[in-house]
Design a protein around this ligand. Structure first.
Ligand code: NAD
Length: 365
């Protein structure tokens, strides 16, 4: 990855080609929930583009995918909704050395002891929920970070998203951000249902005299939990047959939610993000039971190692660990780039299934 071309023109040609490929993969991924390449392959291309832009900063124009969140809105038909506060992505690191470098920089910029909130990186899709006077006002996908899809009409079918807050003391208006995902057991149950439906359909077709090899796949197996969650959330109710509506209800009913951040919220009455989670839990909002706060980087590194070894012991897919500076005042002090906050980082685990392929790509570029 260090073989950056010495001359600008060669670097520009490579950066343009990378940006074009990444753009195509992103659009398909966010708009259609389809992965044309594995996440690991995508990350390698993205990282390479970042490296070229670090060497030649004039390549990092506003249009570069490295400067953007998600992809421009290609709506499945939902109305657009502007977030009261921008939703950002996260910068990634892939080695413990890169992580230590990031933490040292954040620590130095903070200028005072930092406590590290360490969380599982849930492999789902980001959502923003706005509550007014304790009642859900909008549920919106991230979109390009400024404008997302208003999917509130689907919340009727998603019991994981609370319509009303419990308790008291919540602000009159605030936004919370989180991840919608499928627990592994729910993903398996949905696939079992697809198999059963396909078997039923095939039996019906056979009874009508159709040969086995001429029976189409009407209920295909879902490829992965993340894309299935994304596809489920962005279904429209309109023009659905009663059977399709019932399936939609079943898929949305299996979605889970953990909140992991805040958007617009004037003066939260606590000083750290971990305390925000306690407040949210008190109002009946779901937060992950796996988050921990540590005083030292060594403890964070141990947390990363532990979950790397026990990746499948939690209830959902994870693709890394998110480490955040816990103190809210430091979030404002450290700020953000156009794409990601400087007070948080995602440590991504090496991919399990495409390891060889990834290594090939790393060697190839
Ligand atoms: P990201 O997935 O690397 O990280 C940012 C997101 O992580 C946040 O927006 C948030 O929704 C989520 N997240 C999960 N757990 C969290 C937690 N505990 N705290 C905070 N945030 C948490 O970035 P992204 O911008 O959403 O997407 C980029 C990634 O998506 C790529 O790295 C790649 O893995 C994947 N992708 C794949 C393809 C493909 O074709 N395969 C295309 C585009 C993107």
């Amino acid at each position: 990855m260090s073989d950056i071309p010495a001359d600008f023109e060669t670097a520009r040609a490579e950066a343009e080609e990378l940006a074009e490929r990444i753009e195509r993969y992103r659009t398909t991924y966010y708009a259609e929930g389809v992965s044309l390449v594995s996440d690991a392959e995508y990350d390698v291309l993205f990282h390479r583009l970042e490296a070229l832009e670090r060497e030649f900063p004039e390549l990092a124009g506003q249009d570069s995918p490295t400067q953007q969140v998600g992809a421009a809105l290609v709506s499945a038909g939902f109305p657009p909704h502007e977030h009261a506060e921008r939703m950002l992505s996260l910068d990634n690191v892939f080695t413990l050395d890169e992580f230590a470098e990031w933490a040292a920089k954040a620590q130095a910029a903070a200028g005072r002891p930092v406590r590290w909130l360490s969380e599982l990186k849930i492999d789902g899709l980001a959502i923003s929920l706005a509550y007014r006077d304790g009642v859900l006002e909008t549920a919106t996908t991230r979109g390009d970070g400024r404008v997302g899809e208003n999917i509130t009409e689907n919340v009727d079918f998603i019991p994981a998203i609370p319509r009303r807050l419990e308790g008291e003391g919540y602000p009159s208006f605030f936004e919370v951000r989180g991840e919608v995902f499928l627990r592994s057991e729910d993903f398996e149950a949905l696939n079992a249902r697809q198999h059963a439906l396909q078997a039923e359909f095939a039996a019906e077709q056979r009874a009508r005299g159709r040969a086995d090899d001429a029976i189409p796949t009407r209920f295909p197996e879902f490829a992965n939990a993340r894309n299935t969650a994304a596809g489920s959330l962005r279904q429209r109710r309109e023009n659905k047959s009663p059977q399709a509506l019932e399936l939609m209800r079943e898929r949305l009913g299996r979605l889970s939610l953990y909140l992991h951040g805040i958007g617009a919220w004037d003066n939260p009455p606590v000083s750290s993000q971990s305390e925000v989670y306690s407040l949210l839990a008190g109002w009946g909002l779901p937060v992950s039971p796996h988050a921990r706060v540590f005083d030292s980087i060594d403890e964070v590194t141990a947390f990363i190692a532990h979950h790397g070894e026990h990746r499948h012991d939690v209830e959902h897919e994870i693709d890394g660990i998110v480490v955040k500076v816990d103190e809210l005042a430091l979030h404002a002090e450290l700020g953000a780039t156009s794409r990601a906050p400087r007070w948080a980082i995602a440590y991504k685990y090496p991919p399990e299934e495409v390891h060889t392929k990834l290594l090939d790509i790393r060697v190839a570029i």
